[in-house]
Design a protein around this ligand. Structure first.
Ligand SMILES: C[S@@+](CC[C@H](N)C(=O)[O-])C[C@H]1O[C@@H](n2cnc3c(N)ncnc32)[C@H](O)[C@@H]1O
Length: 646
């Protein structure tokens, strides 16, 4: 008896998970009664099958029903029966006990047999019920993609969200196990297309953004990410170590009724707040500059409005756990010269100042004049004394501060905000392929300017940190890959022992293998905003091919690979005031390309004149005036929205 039992258990352990179990595991779905029935049935039939196999191996009789063997009613027959019919482990032990007990009990043989028969009968009834339920399930639960006619009908009626949600789950399940679960004749593309439509309509995204996300993540993870964007991230504080210690701050806040904990082992200054009996952005300790706070945007908005009426000096700023990371990667040293190229409202500048213990010098630059108020207010509140606030387009900074003149630069670039959808839902629908391309274009220009300011011979530094709160590849890996090609820089580890490595390939694009040193952070993985960080070391102050690579040179378009890729690659960006580039890459006959061809044919003399004109002071100040005019239209919410020059 022992042999077959063990064998049976072993065989069961190797059994692949049932389709239903796989589905529950994948989607984290709660088990319904129907699921239990289905699973019980699947387990039983599998065991039956295995027992039959065991039996045939050991010369047992095939096709003999449990009931028949019961009817023969000897103790051995019952034992055989139990081996044949006992599908699940519970069943086996119950029968086993009965058999052993009955052999020693005072009950008569007839009573024993009657009891066994009763139990057997009720088990059969249960099995029959399970089988019937299975038939019902098979009839109604088999997922099929909707036909065109069904989709057209759906469009006529009001949105059926439960149905869309169910279909998302089903498609994700099929895509995760395509070979075995796909519907006959359907291609992966059919499923992906339907998934895109359903995700867009269920979660309220535009087609473009969903399309990109579908390409970036496997289906199960994609749904996790999108779900994470639906939930607020934890509120975090950063202790201002210029004024207090984390432990002291925690004590004070706990006494005020704030429920908090240290953020995590990677930060010595962060605190995470679970709940609070006082408004965390208006405590005396906040006013005194003891910490920076991160709020969800709706709360922030409310407090901002209320406080703004009272005084500008206490405007809150977003301080997300992820926003600590670029400064940690920058690792500014005392007495250095450091530039924060896009600084308002100062969340990172104040952290840099704290790490430098208010020594050395920080240039905190912000292009938008009205955002300087929050920047200076935060610097004052937090007791920062080593910082000069400037108001330039970051692209101009190398001319203002001088090339190769500083030890480190932080470029926390203006971006599409696709990593912070939980704070700003409008990103779901407001971003287009053009927006991403435009902002990536600006990011590349700012990146070259950042590199050009850094002195490769700095004794303590020579580093550039680039960060965005976007998860789009063209705003991140493509920008860094571009910098690696255009300047003598190399990627170095960010010094952060978590985060996912950046992409080294995406779609048809291959990036430099060192891109794996960059770090990506995601809400569904790291419980913080979506974020990207890269750290570069400047190896030489030479500018390769400097004839065509002036600091403010025209930048190639990011290779996004969208439908109109080719066109965008070749189009001009007049609004970004990009001077010509000595490129002869002219395969396309698009409008922009024709312009470029024309421009490429201008004489060398004219080109020089144009370049001189671009570099003139007059032009710089005119540009600045234009940019200031644009600022009136600016609608950037705390620096996290796309901010494109008009
Ligand atoms: C992501 S936010 C910076 C957030 C800031 N580093 C912090 O941690 O508080 C980007 C900032 O860049 C500014 N900006 C946009 N275009 C710029 C440019 N060309 N030069 C400099 N700053 C720019 C925006 O106004 C915005 O304040």
């Amino acid at each position: 008896m022992g042999g077959p039992l063990l064998k049976k258990k072993g065989a069961k352990a190797q059994k692949p998970p049932s389709k239903k179990k796989l589905k529950n595991d994948l989607l984290g779905k709660k088990k319904s009664k129907r699921d239990d029935i289905l699973e019980a049935y699947a387990v039983k039939s599998q065991s039956d099958h295995e027992v039959h196999e065991d039996q045939s191996e050991s010369g047992g009789e095939d096709g003999r029903s449990d009931f028949e063997s019961d009817a023969s009613s000897s103790g051995d027959d019952l034992a055989d029966d139990f081996l044949q019919g006992g599908g699940d482990e519970e069943g086996i032990s119950a029968w086993d006990v009965d058999f052993d007990e009955t052999s020693d009990s005072d009950e008569s043989d007839i009573e024993k047999q009657a009891r066994v028969l009763d139990e057997r009968r009720s088990k059969e009834e249960e099995d029959a019920e399970a089988e019937m339920q299975l038939n019902i399930m098979n009839e109604s639960d088999e997922f099929r993609l909707p036909t065109e006619k069904e989709l057209a009908q759906e469009e006529q009626g009001p949105p059926d969200l439960p149905n869309t949600q169910r279909r998302i789950r089903e498609i994700v399940l099929v895509l995760s196990n395509f070979k075995s679960l796909k519907q006959e004749g359907a291609t992966r593309k059919n499923y992906v297309e339907q998934l895109k439509k359903d995700l867009a309509s269920y979660y309220g995204y535009n087609e473009f953004l969903i399309g990109v996300l579908v390409e970036m993540f496997p289906p199960v993870e994609l749904v996790e990410l999108i779900e994470a964007y639906e939930k607020p991230r934890p509120i975090c504080l950063r202790t201002n170590t210029l004024m207090t210690r984390r432990r002291d701050l925690a004590d004070v806040l706990i006494n005020r009724g704030v429920n908090l904990d240290p953020l995590s082992k990677w930060s010595k200054v962060g605190l995470v707040v679970y709940d609070s009996q006082v408004p965390i952005g208006a405590t005396p300790d906040y006013m005194a500059g003891h910490y920076m706070v991160k709020k969800q945007s709706f709360l922030l908005g409310d407090i901002y409005m209320a406080i703004n009426e009272y005084s500008y000096k206490i405007i809150l700023q977003l301080q997300s756990a992820s926003s600590f990371l670029p400064v940690m990667a920058l690792a500014p040293q005392e007495k250095e010269r450091v530039v924060d190229m896009a600084a308002a409202p100062g969340g990172k500048t104040t952290y840099i100042a704290a790490l430098m213990k208010n020594s050395g010098m920080i240039f905190a630059n912000e292009m938008k004049a009205q955002r300087l108020k929050s920047l200076t207010a935060n610097l004052h509140r937090m007791g920062v004394t080593n910082t000069i606030v400037c108001n330039y387009d970051g692209k101009e900074l190398p001319k203002v501060l001088g090339p190769n003149s500083v030890d480190r630069v932080l470029l926390d670039a203006p971006c599409s905000g696709t990593g912070v959808i939980s704070k700003d839902e409008s990103v779901k629908t407001s971003k287009s392929n053009d927006d991403i391309q435009n902002i990536a274009f600006l990011q590349k220009q700012l990146m070259l300017a950042a590199i050009d300011m850094v002195d490769a011979n700095s004794k303590s530094g020579g580093y550039i940190v680039y960060s965005t709160c976007s998860i789009m590849v063209p705003e991140n890996e493509v920008v860094i890959d571009y910098a690696l090609k255009k300047r003598e820089v190399k990627l170095v580890p960010c010094g952060l022992d978590f985060g996912r490595p950046g992409f080294i390939r995406f779609r048809e694009h291959l990036f430099h293998p060192s891109l794996e040193k960059t770090r990506r952070f995601y809400p569904h993985v790291h419980n913080m905003d979506g974020f990207f960080v890269a750290k570069l070391k400047k190896m030489s102050n030479n500018i390769p091919n400097s004839a065509t690579s002036a600091p403010s040179e025209a930048v190639e378009e990011p290779s996004w690979g969208g439908e109109d890729d080719g066109k965008k690659m070749e189009e001009e960006k007049p609004h970004l005031d990009a001077p010509e580039k000595g490129s002869t890459n002219d395969k396309s006959v698009q409008n922009g390309q024709i312009k470029r061809k024309e421009r490429n044919s201008v004489s060398g003399e004219k080109r020089k004149r144009e370049k001189r004109k671009f570099l003139s002071k007059e032009k710089i100040s005119r540009n600045r005036e234009e940019k200031r005019g644009y600022e009136g239209k600016e609608n950037c919410k705390e620096g996290l929205k796309n901010e494109l020059p008009s």
